[in-house]
Design a binder for this molecule. Structure first.
Ligand code: F0G
Length: 367
């Protein structure tokens, strides 16, 4: 007889249902065994930060559809199924649509995704089609697509559930990543770094850490430090960006839906929001792959790019890392898998040389 699976093997709702109050006995759980992702210690990043710091990478790219969105989507689609929805709809820079499409397929529901035309990483687009979603390419950016989804949602059509993070069940599911980090470390970290796009994730992590602390499971709450791409940094600049641009298409967003949630998380935690350039993002992505063996997509690398910026440069006055304790514990979330966006890496590949199928030819080429 096969061993019975532990509760960790069954997904976010099975593992954390006691902390997900909207899940009831009437909720049909739609899961792909998401969550319980590895928290990988990063010795080389720790050394670069110095001061005895310990850096950990929460690799959310190892969720079933390759991004952290699966945590919220198991909740949103389960609740949509409970409410009798026949289809789900979302706007997306790519990862939400991949997750929505997969969980809708699992639930036997339809899925409609609105994507900014021409600005979706190839892997994410392929996923939406593979999972059978109806793909609508919107001539505009993510903010335009989200406005359209809100309008569709306002139609009051019960059979169609909006599964963007304006759906509160999404953030409820996403907060479970904070529980996992704090449980594994035995306490909350001192700092949590993550990329910020529509700002749902930083909002959700903060809710999770607060809850864990209030429940007496942690002695402290981390400082939340968010990074936006320099060309798409509305929260950093304090005003919407009409034409956001960045190589990290996942966070190419000019008017985040959870803006207030992000500023609250930063203010309450004594954290900060800052920007990183596209060059810094791509350098961090390449560095992580080559030095730690972890391949994350560009947007994910913004958290590490931000950490490196904080430690490599003269620290700015507002940098929360300035007064870090000796041996500080720092967690960076890597939100999505590098395979999502093959074109970014493909553009940097040297020409691939082929050789005759002989030992001599291979050795000759390697020198
Ligand atoms: N990293 C990745 C890989 C993402 O896909 C996203 C958001 C973020 C970071 C930012 O997270 O929006 O909660 O601040 N992607 C959304 C999408 C917008 O449609 O897939 P956030």
């Amino acid at each position: 007889m096969p061993p019975s699976p532990s509760s960790h093997d069954k997904g976010v709702i099975a593992r954390w249902h006691a902390r997900l109050p909207s899940v009831t006995d009437a909720t049909p759980v739609v899961s792909l065994n998401e969550g319980s992702t590895p928290l990988v210690h990063s010795p080389r990043l720790s050394a670069r930060v110095g001061g005895g710091a310990e850096v950990f990478l929460k690799f959310e790219g190892l969720n079933p559809t390759g991004s952290f969105k699966d945590r919220g989507m198991t909740m949103a689609v389960s609740k949509a199924a409970e409410a009798g929805a026949r289809a789900v709809v979302c706007a997306s820079t790519g990862n939400t649509s991949a997750a929505a499409a997969a969980y809708a397929a699992r639930a036997g529901m339809g899925c409609v995704v609105l994507l900014p035309a021409g600005k979706i990483a190839l892997g994410k687009l392929v996923q939406a089609f593979a999972y059978g979603a109806r793909v609508v390419s919107v001539e505009g950016n993510f903010d335009d697509a989200l406005r359209l989804v809100r309008e569709l949602g306002e139609g009051g059509e019960a059979a169609l559930a909006v599964v963007n993070s304006i759906n509160p069940h999404r953030l409820e599911g996403q907060k479970t990543a904070a529980f996992e980090v704090a449980e594994e470390l035995g306490d909350s970290p001192d700092f949590h770094f993550l990329p910020v796009g529509n700002a749902g994730n930083i909002t959700a992590y903060w809710a999770g850490y607060r809850e864990w602390h209030e429940a007496g499971r942690a002695t402290r709450r981390p400082r939340m430090v968010g990074f936006q791409a320099a060309g798409a940094a509305p929260i950093f600049h304090g005003q919407p960006v009409e034409r956001p641009e960045t190589v990290a298409t996942a966070i190419r967003i000019g008017n985040p839906a959870s803006w207030t949630g992000a500023t609250t998380a930063i203010a309450e935690s004594g954290g900060a929001i800052d920007i990183v350039s596209d060059e810094e993002i791509l350098a961090a992505q390449a560095w992580l792959a080559r030095h730690e063996g972890i391949f994350a997509e560009p947007a994910s690398a913004a958290s590490v790019a931000g950490l490196l910026r904080c430690v490599d440069r003269e620290p700015c006055a507002a940098c929360p890392l300035r007064h870090r304790p000796e041996g500080a514990r720092i967690v960076c979330t890597l939100t999505g898998h590098g395979l999502k966006d093959p074109d970014i890496i493909k553009g940097t590949l040297p020409p691939i040389q082929s050789v005759p199928a002989t030992r001599e030819a291979v050795i000759g080429m390697l020198g």
